[in-house]
Design a protein around this ligand. Structure first.
Ligand SMILES: [Zn+2]
Length: 315
């Protein structure tokens, strides 16, 4: 199953109080709590289809079966991530996001969070794949299972360092990744309208409901005692050097956050009419974000980063 806390953190670091260079109007637009809830929803929306029937996913995980295939997960990650994002932005604008329409504003906030997810996956998945591929081959394991393990441990170590304490199996984690599922169901018809325009298909309402329920179960499970079973202490000792320390994962996260800021900036410029579709497309590159082409990936920052104190501690 995918790791979601990292998407919340990337979003918060892109526009949160410690983020630099965020246009003032964008920052104040997102500062409102309801919009922030919508943006958090957007930041995990791309992965939501993977939470369909979550208890089954847990069972598969513990018997070492790969995650079940998800049509919508593949559509959001492989088929047209940038097109879907643009379509959400366009609809939000048409719905009056800048003229004070509550639905338009919430959809815009969701679309911004969505772009932050796309940016993070684009930037970090090449590293995840480079770590997962050879080991999956050596162990005779499905590549996606290994991919999810790498992501999971990277997220755990990143947040243990960020918060200075154990993260899995705590109610802090449940709170940190929680989403407003009533808000999701309220916005689902609008999201579907954007999907109809861009892809000529849409998830059923029952699917959105199942994904939201599964996601809630996921958050609760990771925060419960069972959460620790996903990352036993001995395994963490073994995984940390390989997938986190040796590859300097925090620098990859910094590059991902930079990319996310760039995407949010471009998305905002598009919505307010300072940039056209082509200009947006030059920043938010279309293409698979599970296995992005190397030219889509930013170089790592030269200097090791100073982690922003307190950022992300607002929840
Ligand atoms: Zn994703």
């Amino acid at each position: 199953m995918p790791a979601e806390a990292i998407h919340i953190s990337a979003y918060l670091d892109s526009v949160g109080p410690a983020a630099h260079g965020v246009p003032g109007r964008l920052r104040s637009f997102l500062a409102d709590p309801a919009k922030e809830r919508a943006a958090r929803l957007g930041a995990v929306l791309v992965d939501l289809p993977y939470f369909n029937r979550f208890p089954l996913a847990v069972a598969r995980y513990f018997v070492n079966l790969p995650q079940a295939k998800s049509t919508w997960g593949a559509i959001f990650h492989r088929q047209a991530p940038a097109l879907v994002g643009r379509s959400l932005l366009t609809l939000a604008r048409d719905e009056g996001a800048l003229r004070g329409s509550p639905e338009g504003e919430l959809l815009l906030a969701l679309a911004l969070g969505y772009h932050s997810h796309v940016a993070l996956d684009t930037q970090v998945h090449p590293l995840v794949n480079a770590l997962a591929r050879p080991r999956a081959a050596a162990l005779g394991r499905p590549e996606m299972s290994e991919h999810h393990d790498v992501e999971k441990y990277q997220s755990i170590f990143f947040h243990e360092d960020r918060f200075g304490r154990e993260f899995m199996g705590t109610s802090d984690l449940t709170r940190y990744i929680s989403i407003d599922s009533a808000l999701l169901m309220r916005l689902a018809p609008l999201i579907n309208r954007a999907l109809r325009v861009s892809l000529a298909r849409e998830p059923k309402r029952a699917e959105w409901r199942r994904w939201a329920r599964g996601y809630g179960q996921y958050g609760w499970t990771l925060g419960s005692a069972l959460g620790r079973a996903f990352a036993p202490a001995e395994a963490k000792i073994e995984w940390r050097p390989r997938v986190y320390t040796a590859v300097d994962f925090p620098r990859h996260m910094e590059a991902a956050t930079q990319r996310s800021r760039g995407y949010l900036d471009a998305a905002w410029s598009y919505v307010i009419g300072d940039a056209d579709e082509a200009a947006l497309g030059q920043v938010v590159l279309e293409g698979c974000i599970d296995d992005p082409p190397p030219e889509n990936v930013l170089p790592l920052p030269d200097q090791p980063i100073a982690t922003s104190p307190q950022s992300g501690e607002r929840h």
